[in-house]
Ligand binder design. Structure first.
Ligand code: MN3
Length: 251
């Protein structure tokens, strides 16, 4: 697994799962949850499954609107999961791997399904992270330990956000803009096309990523990607981002 160990990936995956569970327990069932559950039931069955949102569709209003969240999670993410299940349908060994492991070993994926795994396992990993690293804007938190690393590398959290937004704005077409922890132990920003993840080419461990596909913002922001990116920082879940940083640093 090149220079990122399987143990490290497992740790990040477990930390991610624990984070989702903790948040799910902490949040009482919101009014729109029954609808979320309905969409969840429409999702394809295993081996890969659509994770439930850790909050209501409307939780991120006014920065990210409820309808966008409903379609993004219940349709776009669900489609990545469904297509990933189809891609690995005849590959029991791959079914036993996590989506993160799949995109960390793309060269080992049979060529006939490699493109589909790259796009759909990537989409599954990226969106599973995306839901977790957001939270209601009414509950702002401080960055935690990662704040020191951010200040050391970028000067300030605002300067880091500007760098991530700039990378997202310069991404032509669809993709993601990222904060990563590089192999040199330093934070950096980058963007990737489509559903590519920084782990696939060993650029680094993804700490946070913002979806800049139009489906993530078009209903509310239309062509104004910059406005969406600026607004996104109101819903960042710093405790979860910090957990991801600490897990990546421990690898
Ligand atoms: Mn998306």
């Amino acid at each position: 697994m090149s220079n990122i160990s399987r143990r490290g990936l497992l740790g990040l995956t477990l930390a991610a799962s624990a984070g989702v569970l903790a948040e799910s327990r902490a949040i009482a069932a919101p009014a729109g949850r029954s609808k979320a559950r309905q969409l969840h039931q429409d999702a394809p069955s295993g081996p890969f499954t659509l994770p439930e949102l850790p909050y209501d569709f409307a939780a991120l209003e006014p920065h990210i609107d409820s309808l966008t969240m409903e379609i993004h999670h219940g349709k776009h993410h669900a489609t990545y999961v469904s297509n990933l299940n189809k891609a690995v349908a005849n590959y029991p060994d791959l079914q036993a791997m996590s989506a993160l492991e799949l995109i960390s070993n793309l060269n080992s994926i049979p060529e006939e399904i490699r493109g589909s795994v790259r796009n759909n396992a990537g989409g599954h990993v990226n969106h599973s992270m995306f839901w977790e690293i957001m939270q209601a804007p009414t509950d702002p938190k401080e960055p935690g330990e990662i704040g020191e690393a951010i200040n050391s590398t970028f000067g300030s959290v605002d300067a880091m956000a500007e760098a991530i937004n700039a990378a997202g704005l310069s991404r032509f077409g669809s993709g993601w803009t990222w904060l990563i922890l590089g192999g040199d132990g330093k934070l950096a920003t980058m963007s990737t096309p489509n559903q590519d993840n920084p782990i696939s080419d060993n650029s680094g461990m993804p700490i946070l990523g913002i979806d800049v596909w139009e489906h993530a913002y078009y209903l509310k922001y239309q062509n104004k990607r910059a406005d969406y990116l600026t607004a996104w920082w109101n819903v960042i879940n710093w405790p979860r981002v910090n957990e991801r940083y600490l897990a990546a640093r421990a690898v």
